[in-house]
Design a protein around this ligand. Structure first.
Ligand code: 4AD
Ligand code: MG
Length: 476
């Protein structure tokens, strides 16, 4: 029976006959094969009796080849590993031509690896990132399940634009070379597949609200699409979002939930992904050491994750934040790209990062934003100009969570929709939640890739999702 490298490295099978299948990472001195099978970041060393092995077979042990070895697990004779396999027989399952295989045992640039995204997971860095991503995903489901939430599958195809930003990808099966038109020369969506205009979802929130008003606590965790033309290290056109929605929670409860949730999933990976984190920690430290002193992060990766799990997030109102920003050095010296002049300004990531990295030096939850820079569904405060919105801001990332207490009053909600030109008729079902048994409720959205960015210490969001979709790029 096949065992895994992870299993073997535990050392419990010492002096036993073992069978392993995996891929060759390196082969040196005609003797030592380092094999990896994805079960762990670590390779196992397999020692070949080269004097009694065919030269033609040895030639086929090349980086990337799939291999099957049988042998005895023994205490390692050399340094660097506790156990190794003394090979009794080996078979090449799939050759890998060294003249053509792009992933050689040397440092490749992330740009090069993005062009080879189908092979990059065979490197240490990407396999560590993707195992961590998987563990974080499990931790998310574990957290909500253990806290009485139901997983709710929001539709992917919808007729609504929850965020009102107009950044949707249309979904149609009309013949684009021969689009049917109405008498007014508009596209005749009645003839389209769904008989109406539809798009890929930008958020499952509106549907999640309807479910929270019956199941109490729900969360979605699914693909989300935004046709925003932002070519940054933090934006994807297709990303995964986690959106809890809770009946009877107000904004303070919502902040408590966001903080507890993020801390708990990070604690999970700190405990369960030690090898991968140690590797990524060392990688980041090396990368940072190449930077000028002033740009270096003052914490290593694991230290940073522990800091976040052990310290409360600082809660600050938008109004307080604007005061801090207006009077801060980079604003006065015009170092910001966008200068903060007055109350009401939308915050850019440079401002968010200043607050988190320079001013408070810890994660920050900003709340009570101006109504006119936020979505229609957020609850209006008594001042008539701010809404019960919250954004969680993280070092290096900026906004990681956006959420709010929802406007539960039907009349106020309708007014707001009118003012923001949101079609009441389209959202009749959403308004029903305010007509029948309305109640205070709140929720938020966490961009999963931004969480993975933080947890892995990677710097580009394209490197924490298997196949990134960004403007002008949908290869693979
Ligand atoms: O702040 P956003 O737009 O909020 C919503 O969509 C709400 N409906 C959430 C809710 O209250 N249920 O997005 C939420 C989070 C952001 O904080 C960010 O982490 C992530 O989603 N996000 C993106 N991540 C990657 N690429 C993009 N283009 C993203 N846009 C948003
Ligand atoms: Mg937001």
């Amino acid at each position: 029976m096949r065992t895994t490298v992870k299993e073997l490295l535990k050392g419990e099978k010492k002096n036993q006959e073992v069978t392993l299948k995996g891929w060759v990472r390196t082969f040196r001195a005609k003797r030592f094969i380092a094999i990896n099978d994805g079960s762990t970041i670590n390779n196992i060393q397999c020692v070949v009796d080269f004097e009694n092995t065919d030269e033609s077979l040895l030639k086929r042990i090349t980086t990337g080849a799939a291999i099957h070895v049988n042998g005895t697990l023994i205490e390692s004779q050399g340094k660097g590993q506790s156990v190794e396999i003394e090979v009794t027989s080996l078979e090449i399952l799939g050759d890998s031509n060294p003249d053509e295989y792009p992933i050689q045992p040397k440092k490749h640039s992330f740009e090069f690896l993005r062009e080879n995204a189908h092979l990059r997971v065979r490197t240490n860095t990407f396999s560590a990132v993707m195992r961590l991503r998987s563990a974080l995903s499990f931790a998310v489901h574990k957290y909500f399940t253990e806290n009485g939430f139901y997983n709710f599958h929001a539709p992917i195809i919808t007729g609504s634009d929850a965020e009102g930003a107009g950044e949707m990808f249309g979904v149609t099966n009309l013949d684009l070379n021969n689009i049917p038109k109405t008498e007014e020369n508009n596209i005749d969506y009645k003839q389209d597949f769904f008989g109406k205009e539809t798009n890929l979802t930008v958020s499952g929130q509106l549907e999640a609200e309807t479910y929270a008003m019956a199941l109490g606590k729900v969360y979605t965790f699914g693909p989300t699409f935004r046709a925003e033309n932002s070519n940054t290290t933090r934006h994807l056109a297709e990303f995964w979002m986690i959106e809890p929605e809770v009946a009877f929670n107000d904004l303070n409860d919502n902040m408590d939930l966001a903080e507890d949730f993020i801390q708990e999933v990070l604690r999970y990976v700190l405990e369960h992904c030690k090898d991968d984190l140690a590797f990524l920690d060392a990688r980041l430290t090396k990368e940072e050491s190449a930077k000028p002193m002033a740009q270096r992060s003052d914490m290593a990766l694991i230290e940073k994750l522990e800091f976040v799990t052990k310290n409360n997030f600082k809660r600050v109102s938008y109004t307080e934040a604007i005061d801090i920003l207006r009077n801060c050095k980079p604003n006065k010296k015009k170092k910001f790209q966008y200068i903060i002049e007055e109350w009401g300004a939308d915050l850019q990531s440079e401002h968010e990062r200043y607050l988190v990295e320079k001013h408070f030096k810890c994660p920050v939850i900003l709340f009570d934003y101006p109504a006119n820079i936020k979505a229609f569904y957020m609850r209006m405060n008594d001042d008539g100009k701010t809404v019960r919105a919250m954004d969680v801001l993280f070092p290096q990332i900026g906004e990681i969570v956006g959420g709010s207490q929802r406007e539960e009053r039907l009349d106020v909600l309708k007014e707001k929709m009118k003012a923001l030109d949101v079609d009441e008729k389209e959202l009749w079902w959403y308004l029903d939640t305010r007509k029948f048994g309305t109640a205070v409720h709140s929720g938020f959205g966490l961009g999963f890739e931004r969480l993975v960015l933080f947890a892995t210490g990677m710097s580009n969001i394209r490197d924490v999702i298997p196949y990134p979709r960004t403007p002008q790029n949908a290869e693979f």
